[in-house]
Design a protein around this ligand. Sequence first.
Ligand code: F6R
Length: 242
Amino acid sequence: MKIIITKDYEELSAKAAEIMLEVVRKNPRAVLGLATGTTPLGLYANMIADHKENGTDYSGIRTANLDEYKGLPKTHDQSYAYFMRKNLFDGLGIAPESTNIENGMAEDAAAECARYDALLEALPRDIQLLGLGSNGHIAFNEPGTPFGSGTHVVTLAESTVKDNARLFKDISEVPRQAFTMGIRQIMQAKKVLILASGANKAEAVCKMVKGDVTESVPASVLQLHPDCVLIADEAAAKLLGE
Ligand code: F6R
């Protein structure tokens, strides 16, 4: 794993944009694996600024997202489909037909997982962007998820439901389940870019980089990826030197 340590979140976001833009400029038909959450927001803002200033072309780019809440339509303002449109796709002029994400409203969850598995197989990702959970999760693959897993439905931990409740009117509205890309499919991307910012990620960063490769720390699997780049700011990297 290649490790880049930046002084702060701003520099992390700029470095991440350099890596993402290199992929897009090299291959204007690249497939980008994308993530939601707080961490990629600075990267996404940089990509939009570059698109506006330098005209980087996204007309041939296709995307595949990691995860989606089960039970939320893509028009719901807390759905990940909505998040991506608002924070990235509209700013880059990427058409809805060029983007992919699990359908949170699918009636047959098993069929939806099979559909997404087939889609990911047919659309190999040139780069997969990841955030890191403070418990070492990647996408919604929580500790204990088999490394061989494909797309599946997860029941959210009560702590995750509570964390996310701030974004909903009432905790009863927070979805209890989500669809997620599996660890096997994250590992299939040609390149993986994982971002970690803030002291609350320091322990997870340390375990991911220096700990055993174990299913109890899902991100530790990335030690086995042939082209994985971690960008961590000083706060998130603070335990690496010890
Ligand atoms: C997002 C995702 C999650 C987040 C992780 C970190 O699509 O799958 O694994 O990347 O929970 O979230 P933030 O960036 O909000 O700290």
